[in-house]
Design a protein around this ligand. Sequence first.
Ligand code: SAH
Ligand code: SF4
Ligand code: F3S
Length: 465
Amino acid sequence: MNQQTIVGAEELMRQQEFTARVRSLAQRPQTFHIVTMGCQMNERDSETIAGMLAEMGLRPEAEREKADLILYNTCCVRENAENRALGNVIWLKELKKERPELLICVGGCMAQEEGMAQRLKAQYPFIDLVFGTHNLHRLPEYLWRVLEKRQPVVEVLHSDGVIAEGLPQRRASAFSAFVNIMYGCDNFCSYCIVPYVRGRERSREPEAVLEECKRLVDLGVQEITLLGQNVNSYRGGGNEFAELLRRVDALGVPRIRFMTSHPKDLSEELIAAYGELAHLMPNLHLPVQAGNDEILRAMNRRYTRERYLELIKKLRSAKPDIGLSTDIIVGFPGETLAQFEDTLSLVEAVRFDSAFTFIYSKRIGTRAAQLPDDTPAEVKSERIQRLIALQADISREILTAQVGRRETVLVESISARDEGWVGGKTPRGHMVNFPGNAGLIGRFVRVEIVSAGRNTLRGKQITEE
Ligand code: SAH
Ligand code: SF4
Ligand code: F3S
């Protein structure tokens, strides 16, 4: 790997100095609150941001309105994600009027978008700090500048991206952890803004990944999710990712998952790993996006419907009970009714456990933004409703087929709706709710599935000989 992509020790030390300086400032914020939007990448970045702020002496504050520093880690993958971020920021203007000492920071993918930093600066001058995805590790320096000069800082770098190792972290969960294996994306699917805001594909060294995983295992973490926009092209593709999985598996962490896989790079070795690795969960998120070859070509996905179906077949022969989920875009520019119906028939053929469905959203700067898009919004909306209804039936049938089974659930949380209930996932990734208390969180519990709902299962705890 190119050494220049790794942030040097000197730069990290400089940031350590700024951390110490912020910490010793008499007039510094005491508490912080981070609002995370978007995907798991952002969730993991927020853990790093929280770690850096904690080292600067700030404490987390659960209530946003009470915090001295509010940081938005934004997403821009679709227009509504962006609107949500901007809507939140406008609302903060009022809060800032009441509490002028409040610090407002905006980072993440939306901040990295072309022209966005300037727009934020011009339209929302009350924001104290804007930073992008490539300079997150310099947060201590920026915060120090904001506090010292009492002037807004807007710093978004044009860069292919870097890798910063050894940053502090404050993890959201004690038993389930995200571990980045790579950053950025080189696929340039024609609709997608991610490659523009996250930079070029770059992989961490396997030793760095394994060391982090090892530390987590030592801390008692039960589940590790390896993260990348396209984990199958880890270190250039081939069997590198399967090899890394093998090494993580050998560490003995009970559950391993990963996100996200691109079908074009799914290797035979990875498929085989499903049949071989003891801790790799029988679950795969494999975004298909569309079921029609012309649309797939226009999306620059570089696989065909037939190839995708073949991969599913191979996966199921390696691991018959594998749970599959996917992402689908409806209403890509020029999509005809017949082409959309190919997506429906693919969904019927595969029978995914679940699907995330999105109406195409035009992103400025992407190739698809140039394409004529004359399908009316109501038509797109009708199409997505048909797709959602079809998938809901399939999900329900798959969940119903789980009734009567005995499963091991890793308990994640207290149920939001029913007091005295907890929820967690089966190996396949189905959410099960069952009567239990907070003491079970982070533990494995044997459960018998008693009924199926729309998206979740209900169960009861059992003891087995
Ligand atoms: N790297 C991941 C996806 C990241 S974005 C992958 O390739 O699978 C998550 C999902 O958002 C994508 O899979 C896609 O379905 C959806 N998406 C991305 N850009 C979009 C756009 N412009 N409009 C609608 N959905 C989009
Ligand atoms: Fe976007 Fe495609 Fe990269 Fe996924 S693989 S992040 S959809 S460009
Ligand atoms: Fe959004 Fe950035 Fe993830 S655009 S989906 S937060 S990589």
